[in-house]
Design a protein around this ligand. Structure first.
Ligand code: PRP
Length: 212
């Protein structure tokens, strides 16, 4: 952990631009900080900032181990990761929800009727917690993207995945059966960094709150 600098982990994908735009408003930016950058660490020496651009699912890992002091990431990813990080602020953007969906023409009468079927998901831990709480045993098939393919090509009976606008579900003739959790982007902080760099991180949080 670099004592003078604040290192911020940002996820590639939907949250990237929203995150950099918000951080820019409070003076947290760096030259060349774009999603397309091939440079993985982008530094602003004057502002004592380092940005790292990572895969979405890896942001909590970088923050838990202190390789990054701070990260911006969806609540869904934090919950799935099970990583031990402080969640300091709900940033409000990146609204979506995690849900279970099935092909429209294969709907069953009630949720429990899907017990012992296969579910394709990028979120097996969260899905398992949810189905266990309903007393349902499922077979989980972990995919890393294009989850909707699962039931379409008979890899699985259902999916547990993120819905934002609903377009992907509609275009693939899938229908939501049950909502599992709501999510938005969060500011997360490494526990040790929060103590060692408290003043600076606290100031960032206060500045961000004004700009939400
Ligand atoms: C996410 C999610 C859905 C889609 C939902 O995928 O997995 O596929 O967005 O958004 P919508 O409701 O607005 O259609 P993402 O684009 O992050 O890529 P992925 O296929 O790699 O999961």
């Amino acid at each position: 952990m670099d004592k003078d600098f604040i290192t911020i982990a940002l996820p590639k994908g939907k949250l990237f631009n929203l995150s950099t735009e918000l951080l820019k408003k409070v003076g947290y930016t760096a030259e060349g900080l774009t999603e397309k950058s091939r440079k993985l660490v982008i530094t602003n020496d004057d502002a004592r900032l380092k940005f790292i651009i990572t895969k979405t699912a890896d942001v909590p890992t970088f923050v838990e181990y202190g390789a990054a002091d701070i990260g911006i990431i969806g609540k869904d990813v934090i919950a799935e990761s099970g990583k031990d990080v402080y969640e300091l602020l709900d940033l409000g953007f990146g609204k979506c929800h995690l849900m279970m969906a099935v092909p429209k023409d294969k709907k069953r009468a009630k949720l429990e009727d899907y017990s012992h079927t296969r579910v394709a998901t990028k979120f097996p831990n969260t899905a398992e917690k949810f189905f266990n709480s309903r007393g349902m045993q499922m077979e989980y098939i972990k995919l890393n993207g294009s989850i909707e393919l699962g039931p379409i090509i008979n890899l699985s009976d259902s999916i547990v995945d993120i819905v934002e606008t609903g377009t992907t579900l509609r275009e693939n003739n899938l229908e939501e059966i049950v909502s599992i959790m709501d999510a938005t982007a969060r500011l997360i902080v490494n526990r040790v960094s929060y103590k060692l760099k408290f003043d600076r991180i606290n100031k960032l949080v206060e500045d961000l709150k004004i700009n939400l």
